[in-house]
Design a protein around this ligand. Structure first.
Ligand code: PCA
Length: 222
């Protein structure tokens, strides 16, 4: 059986948090094997530019067939695969290196946006079937998560091939706070690490199995 490499990235903590659920969940899956696939976990800095550099180095090294970048979306109640990455950085707060780009492109001269090549709706369907709250998100924001998502999709669109010369697919998933984080913001929703890790396994397995996304509603009125 042909071996398949899956790259998962998670972010370091930002905005005075002690941890980031994306890295806690991703690192729990480092070395996980499902079928012919093996997961490789990498930590990325919450810094404009550096985040894409670290992603590019990991992709150069591993030449993965599938890449899922994961990030924290504090305040969201669900596991949310992102549909689209946009070519703009507009930081509401400084990143971990005090960079705060405003209205600059992620990649000058590149397209306005790229769609995820993950089967976002099939992932949502599989998660809901497993009892995990999930929805398609139509905006990854304009901070470092959208930035790395755009960098990933631009690389895939322009030059990435896997070690076997085959196609590379990828996308981004935002996840809620861990309970310990939400405890600092009364009323904020959260998801346990156990659920986040189980959900990530489902997302990876679904992305590996489903090439053509299912056609069912995942839109929003606003
Ligand atoms: N979330 C931030 C950046 C790092 C992270 O985990 C975001 O949504 O842009």
């Amino acid at each position: 059986m042909k071996s398949v490499k899956v790259l998962l990235t998670g972010f370091e903590p930002f905005e005075k948090e002690a941890l980031n659920p994306s890295w806690e969940a991703v690192r729990a899956l480092d070395g996980w094997k499902t079928g012919a696939a093996t997961v490789h976990a990498r930590l990325v800095p919450c810094v404009f530019g550096d985040a894409i550099d670290v992603l590019n180095r990991a992709m150069d090294e591993l030449q993965p067939q599938l890449v899922l970048c994961i990030g924290q979306a504090g305040g969201r109640a669900e596991f949310t695969p992102e549909r689209i990455a946009i070519n703009v950085d507009d930081a509401r707060v400084p990143d971990n290196n005090d960079r705060q780009p405003i209205d600059v492109p992620v990649v000058p001269g590149a397209p306005a946006a790229y769609f995820s090549t993950l089967p976002v709706k099939a992932i949502v369907r599989a998660l809901r079937a497993a009892g995990v709250p999930a929805s398609v998100s139509n905006s990854a924001g304009t901070f470092v998560c959208n930035h790395i998502f755009y960098g990933l999709m631009h690389r895939i669109a322009t030059h990435a091939t896997a070690a076997d010369g085959g196609e590379v697919r990828g996308g981004f998933i935002h996840i809620p706070y861990l309970p310990a984080q939400a405890a600092r913001f009364p009323g904020a929703p959260s998801m346990s690490l156990e659920t986040l890790v189980a959900a990530l396994r489902i997302a990876v397995a679904t992305a590996l199995a489903v090439r053509h996304d299912v056609a069912e509603t995942g839109g929003q009125l606003h």
